[in-house]
Ligand binder design. Structure first.
Ligand SMILES: [Zn+2]
Length: 135
């Protein structure tokens, strides 16, 4: 699949999700959008809670949204913020990404300045614990 052809659509969806972020405590809004293997785009935003530990990141909400819709395989993930420094996924999200993305899948951070940085899943979490470790 040509990821570049979907890139702008993913960024638009991630930005739209960003606008719905619920982040009254950190004020750190994040939107994410993922391209599924079936060619669909799903999105998510961070959802914070007064009990801080219950906060769920945009990336994990995005992936959960896809799973709810019956999709478990992804081609790429875009993370949108309005930070000058591009935002990579946190450690918890990296572990969840490993569960559903191939090691060479692309994870892309973008911002309102049109800056862009990409990593492979393997670069973000090398030597990951995966379902294969349970066998
Ligand atoms: Zn996270």
């Amino acid at each position: 699949m040509n990821i570049t052809a979907h890139e702008s659509a993913l960024i638009v969806r991630a930005k739209t999700a960003y606008q719905n972020a619920y982040a009254p405590y950190s004020n750190f809004h994040v939107g994410a959008a993922a391209l599924t293997k079936n060619g669909n785009i799903v999105s998510g935003c961070n959802v914070e809670n007064a009990s801080y530990g219950l906060t769920v990141c945009a990336e994990r909400n995005c992936i959960a949204q896809a799973v709810i819709n019956g999709e478990q395989q992804f081609e790429t993930l875009v993370i949108y913020t309005e930070q000058e420094k591009l935002t990579p996924p946190c450690g918890a999200c990296r572990q969840v990404i490993v569960e559903f993305f191939q090691p060479q899948a692309t994870i892309m951070a973008v911002n309102h300045l049109a800056d862009k940085k990409t990593w492979t899943v393997e670069e973000l979490l090398p030597n990951a614990f995966t379902p294969k470790d349970l066998i």
